[in-house]
Design a binder for this molecule. Structure first.
Ligand SMILES: Nc1ncnc2c1ncn2[C@@H]1O[C@H](COP(=O)(O)OP(=O)(O)OP(=O)(O)O)[C@@H](O)[C@H]1O
Ligand SMILES: O=P(O)(O)OC[C@H]1O[C@](O)(CO)[C@@H](O)[C@@H]1O
Ligand SMILES: [Mg+2]
Length: 516
């Protein structure tokens, strides 16, 4: 692959260890060459059957630009930027209600330069020295909308009827986000805030709404779970929007994964169709970290921390046993981020198996043969397997859960059974210990890093709704908080790039060969 850099920008990201070139021209026809760890957006272009195509890489997410666009002209950079800008334009209430006029924000910010009023007993209180965000402010090459409080807002706080709903599986930090949404709504002057019980099912009105106030949420972040409850499945979009209308909800905060966001976007569209003024704002929740564009989603950091505890226990068990083999199954239906990061964090994993990397168990290049080598050379081995890994090796499970997600076959149990069988067959003793910490990981409270992330996301969700956006979600990209149109972030799950430096670091740490 030949590649020519034509411009640089120093963009720093917490996730990444480098400063990255911004634009790069490449003649590689292969889609597999990308730099998922490059930051700030790396533009790479190659010839594809005569028409130029372009990739933008944003914080480990790879997005193909509109293939219909002709980037062959010399001003491809401008064209690309315009195309990207168009795709990331945010739906706004004024798209529907053109006569809406904003009012000065009720969210008070202190001035940047302190005045004598800001001193109390000689101390300067400057915790809110911050500025309002301009609607033109963008992050990542100035195309993605910056999150934060706007000077003008589109709701009178007295008219706001806000609701919060948490859907899908549990995730550390849900209570932190709920808490911060409530606190921020109150800071704007909102009085009517409720929680919808048990996810979208709560819209079918079997259970009463949960009244929320600063007092009610003050300490909820001290425990895991969601005080509102969660669920999968539930009523269809029309029924949900009927319920939104009947309850008079005009700000809806939706905390959930890709399914929840698909629902939120459908609700936003249905509200538009009915011409009702409702701001639907999502906060992505997934311990799997499988949402596009975001540096990370809340709960992921905590999940990794908990997961590496399970791995360390597996190591101690395996290491203490004669020919011990510790096998740990971690969550990750389509993406192996938890398994990869926990393996790296622990440093004790010999084999890390993720959905993105095919492998065989049997045969000369299989996992089992390598385990035999490990127990015979170092005395023990640890395997970390993501739940979505190796599904092609298993008998297909049939059916879906209440939300329509495919039920996966259990790769953890399969690896355990096959390992026991293999060692018995070859007459080598092996003491196999299995740990599945799945729900222990999900149910814990958020750690400090996630607590901060949840706080900022919760605040920004409220700022986004007051700013008049709807059908959007909030995330952190290249360390900046930004708003995204929902369809862009859920178009497909974010996957571990097996050509990335991070996956290679993981392989270096485990020392595992290719199992193909
Ligand atoms: N395409 C869709 N359109 C409308 N609603 C959906 C869609 N997919 C899922 N939902 C609804 O969203 C809710 C949550 O979906 P799901 O159970 O798939 O969890 P999720 O949000 O993807 O979170 P998790 O990461 O835990 O799987 C459910 O109530 C489900 O009915
Ligand atoms: O057992 P539940 O609640 O359906 O959740 C399992 C799913 O949750 C996830 O962690 C996503 O939140 C997936 O990786 C996993 O398949
Ligand atoms: Mg999902």
């Amino acid at each position: 692959m030949s590649s020519v850099s034509i411009g640089f920008s120093a963009v720093r990201s917490l996730d990444h260890s480098c400063f990255a070139p911004l634009y790069s021209l490449s003649s590689s026809p292969s889609k597999s060459y990308f730099w998922p760890e490059a930051v700030g957006g790396v533009f790479r272009r190659w010839k594809d059957g005569g028409s130029g195509r372009l990739l933008v890489l944003a914080s480990a997410a790879v997005e193909e630009s509109d293939p219909g666009m002709d980037y062959a002209e010399t001003n491809w950079k401008d064209q690309f930027q315009k195309d990207f800008e168009r795709r990331f334009d945010l739906p706004h209430l004024t798209d529907l209600f053109s006569d809406l006029t904003p009012i000065p924000s009720t969210f008070r910010l202190k001035k940047r330069s302190p005045s004598s009023d800001d001193y109390v007993n000689g101390y300067l209180y400057r915790e809110q020295y911050n500025g309002y965000i301009n609607n033109d402010d963008r992050v990542l090459l100035k195309v993605i909308h910056r999150a934060g409080p706007r000077k003008e807002i589109f709701f009178r706080p007295g008219d706001v009827n806000a609701a919060i709903v948490t859907c899908g599986g549990l995730c550390p930090g849900l209570n932190d986000v709920i808490r911060q949404i409530v606190i921020t709504l109150e800071m704007y002057g909102v009085k009517k805030i409720v929680g919808i019980p048990h996810g979208y099912r709560g819209f079918s009105a079997e259970e009463p709404e949960i009244p929320l106030s600063r007092k009610a949420v003050q300490t909820i972040h001290l425990s895991g779970g969601s005080i509102l409850g969660v669920s999968r499945g539930g009523p269809d979009i029309e029924e949900i929007v009927n319920s939104i209308q009947a309850r008079g909800i005009n700000m809806l905060f939706v905390l959930g994964g890709d399914g929840t966001h698909a629902g939120a976007n459908a609700m936003h569209k249905e509200c538009n169709k009915r011409r009702i003024k409702v701001a639907v704002v999502g906060v992505p929740k997934t311990i799997d970290n499988d949402i596009l564009y975001m540096d990370r989603t809340f709960g992921f950091d905590t999940a990794v921390e908990e997961a590496q505890r399970a791995i360390n226990s597996a190591y101690i068990e395996a290491h203490s046993a004669y020919h011990g083999i510790g096998i740990v199954k971690l969550m990750g239906r389509s993406s192996g981020f938890i398994a990869m990061h926990a393996s790296l964090a622990s440093g004790q994993v010999d084999v890390c198996l993720i959905p993105e990397e095919p492998f065989t168990l049997h045969g000369p290049n299989g996992v089992l043969r390598h385990l035999r080598y490990l127990v015979q050379t170092k005395g023990s081995a640890v395997v970390c397997v993501a739940e979505g890994a190796g599904q092609d090796l298993l008998e297909k499970a049939t059916g879906t859960d209440a939300s329509g997600n495919k039920i996966l076959s259990d790769i953890g149990i399969h690896v355990v059974q096959e390992t026991r069988k293999y060692f018995k067959e070859i007459g080598v003793p092996a003491d196999v210990k299995y740990i599945d910490p799945t729900y222990m990981i999900r149910a814990v409270r958020a750690n400090a890093a996630d607590g901060i992330l949840c706080t900022v996301l919760g605040q920004n969700a409220v700022h986004g709704a007051f700013a008049g956006f709807s059908g959007i979600t909030v995330g952190v990209v290249n360390t900046h908080y930004a708003y995204f149109p929902i369809p862009e972030v859920i178009s497909h799950p974010r996957l571990v790039d097996t050509n990335s430096r991070m996956w290679h670091r993981c392989l270096t740490s485990t020392g595992q060969p290719d199992f193909i």
